[in-house]
Ligand binder design. Sequence first.
Ligand code: SF4
Ligand code: FES
Length: 204
Amino acid sequence: MGDITLEIDGKSIAAKEGTTVLEAARSADIFIPTLCHNEMLEPYGGCRLCTVEVESRGRKKLVASCLYPVEPDLIVRTRTEMVDKVRKLVLEFLLAHAPDSVRMNELAAEYGADKDRFGKESSFCILCGLCVRYCAEVKKRNVIGFVDQGAKREINFIPELAAQYCWDCKECFPLCPTSYLQAAYHLTHAIAFPSLSLDEVAQA
Ligand code: SF4
Ligand code: FES
């Protein structure tokens, strides 16, 4: 695969064909915020926080940079009024679900997002899928999965598999942009092993 030259924020950048705008930006130390992206995992495109403006043959559009492939002579703008507006809206919507997320509150300050704009629906999980995908793609264990659809969609540990694999793994915990994953794990543990003391559950 050959090199492609594109422009990001006025900077000429060479990128490998088949890579994404996000990867090209990161290779040039240009920051684009992400929530559902992780370099170890397949692109997912779930949160839309990585939205940027791209211009090709005179036509502009907003795209998710973690999914959008580089192309020759593409012009990318990572901070326009519209891009910032989209990121602000995404953060306001997600903060209704996880108002205490440290990472999202830091980003909210950057984009002027109002965490109280939307009524609280504190599921504490923003369905970024990082835990589910990490367990499936990297660990090949599928201990965590999504259940239900729409507003009821949530992540769930399979207790039998969690008991077998999670106790000495927990590699997905630091990936979670909220604190929900740890809470869900402890809950699974408490339900699956009701004979454990609260101290043992807390240490699990
Ligand atoms: S528990 Fe955390 S990592 Fe898993 S989907 Fe929810 S927010 Fe993402
Ligand atoms: S980081 Fe690109 S859509 Fe979530």
